[in-house]
Design a binder for this molecule. Structure first.
Ligand code: ADP
Length: 481
């Protein structure tokens, strides 16, 4: 259990009240199936209540000076950092990721609160030349209104702060619906926001096992002015369609199919390190995780050998255990998907290099896997595996690599390793992706705009661009001067 029980909240948070539910659902530890807590199983009615609370809280929150909001956010950041270890433990318990990764996520998640506390004071409008001698043009940048944030289980803390911190900074109020697998981290964050002094109704967290029911309210209620969603492309599309009815603004961080290209001139040892970080972080369960390795002929065999040697060393086990770098997958469906992709690749001529099946530990633990001789007829070429499988394709020319990399409806993150500076420019420009990492295996930071093109999403999170997503421009024309 969490070492600090005061952070283990088993009630939802609406209008500054900790609320029980008529029904509850269990939150379990994916490492051993044990029940950690039961939380309220809320539905459409509570979702509407939370929206009403956020709507009531909005006028006073937006009227506060930017500095007042900044100070409250700064206090929230300090509360999160003061409880870093407890939050990390809680996250590992409900999500499964190794403790070191959970600690990293707390720091990463908190960085958005820190950054947007600072940015809150720099949300500026503009004055423009008028279109007549007696006219002046003013552009106000205003908070959009009530925001709904629907978040996934793979980053139980950071996906919430990445949405809430910029929304709160500009003066919006928020209703969060965390993933059913990981509501405890979300509730702990709400507790820390309450302790930091955030006024009632400004931040609400509703827990629900039926995401679709709450999602429908949040995407159709006219009082909600903006949806910010991170999750699967299928659910994202459904939400976008539902948003159309009220012409709601939407930011969508959806699935990816990240290529990781290794060119002949790459530093292979660095490429292997980057490969491990980008593929096996969170046991492959992130939307920016490498889904396909594309490796050039000349270094193909050497890279494969080096990669497999390191993958075989990855220690699988409970995230709380020292030295473990691969926790369990989130649930049995995730295990089945990885296995299906492996079986399909092997049936179509892929060669198993290591791993390939559920781990002897049982449960949802899975062996880190590498498959070679992969081609574009296999499911791994098109679908996101979201698990610890590294499929390795072979290519000859740069043009072929770029074409292969872009042959997907997704466009979130892409990675490549090369040294030639012309190649670095041309490949960076040729990749149809929202984010490109060159000679790096990890690119998430609060300082940069995170987001995808094509069916990977709409909008950006992080940096000042992430703040603008929660604002509207108002043009005021002053005439008769
Ligand atoms: P994942 O594959 O990461 O679980 P989902 O898209 O299923 O991705 O889940 C992401 C978030 O979307 C979760 O909070 C989940 O409860 C919510 N969700 C799932 N189905 C719907 C839906 N039909 N409408 C709104 N939200 C949904």
């Amino acid at each position: 259990m969490a070492s600090s029980p005061e952070l283990l909240m088993d009630k939802a948070y609406i209008d500054g009240q900790w609320r029980e539910g008529a029904r509850t659902f269990a939150v379990t530890n994916p490492a051993n199936g044990e029940e950690l807590a039961r939380v309220p199983d809320m539905g459409a009615e509570e979702a509407r209540e939370a929206v009403a609370a956020a709507e009531r809280a909005f006028p006073a929150w937006r009227k506060k000076t930017a500095k007042e909001r900044a100070n409250l956010l700064r206090r929230w950041f300090e509360e999160i950092m003061a409880h870093q270890e407890d939050l990390a433990r809680l996250m590992t318990l409900e999500q499964g990721k190794p403790l070191a990764e959970s600690r990293g996520e707390v720091g990463y998640g908190a960085s958005f609160v820190e950054f947007y506390a600072e940015e809150a004071k720099r949300v500026a409008g503009e004055t423009l030349p008028g279109h007549g001698v007696d006219k002046r043009i003013l552009v106000f940048r205003e908070p959009i209104g009530v925001v709904a944030a629907i978040t996934p289980w793979n980053f139980p803390l950071a996906m919430i702060t990445r949405k809430c911190a910029p929304a709160l900074a500009v003066g919006c109020s928020v209703v969060v619906k965390p993933a059913e697998a990981t509501p405890l981290t979300a509730l702990a964050l709400a507790k820390l926001a309450e302790d930091a002094g955030l006024p009632a109704g400004v931040l609400n967290v509703i827990t629900a096992s039926r995401g679709a029911e709450v999602g429908e309210v949040l995407s159709t209620d006219p009082r909600v002015r903006k949806i910010s969603f991170t999750g699967s492309t299928a659910v994202g599309k459904k939400l976008l369609a539902q948003c159309a009815g009220t012409v709601k603004k939407a930011s969508m961080e959806l699935g990816g199919n990240a290529p990781f290209i290794v060119f002949d001139d790459a530093d292979l040892d660095a490429a292997v390190e980057g490969a491990l970080a980008s593929k096996y972080r969170n046991s492959g369960q992130t939307c920016v995780c490498t889904n396909r390795f594309l490796v050039q002929d000349g270094i193909h065999d050497t890279f494969l050998e080096k990669l497999a040697a390191r993958v075989k060393e990855l220690k699988v086990g409970s995230g709380l255990e020292e030295g473990v770098v691969q926790g369990p997958l989130i649930n049995q469906a995730a295990v089945e998907k990885v296995q299906t992709h492996i079986d399909d690749a092997l049936e179509k001529g892929g060669r198993l290099v290591c791993g390939g099946r559920p781990h002897d530990l049982g449960g949802t633990f899975f062996e880190p896997t590498v498959i070679a001789e992969v081609n574009d007829t296999m499911r791994v070429a098109r679908e996101e595996t979201f698990g610890p499988l590294a499929p390795v394709f072979r290519f000859t020319t740069d043009e072929e690599a770029i074409a292969l990399a872009n042959a997907t409806e997704f466009g979130l993150a892409a990675y490549f390793y090369a040294r030639d500076y012309r190649r670095i420019w041309h490949v960076s420009e040729g990749l149809e992706y929202g984010m490109v990492a060159v000679n790096e295996g990890i690119l998430s930071t609060e300082l940069a705009p995170f987001g995808g093109v094509k069916e990977s999403g709409l909008g950006r999170e992080g940096s000042r661009h992430g703040l603008e997503e929660f604002t509207e421009l108002k043009y005021v024309c002053i005439g008769g001067l």
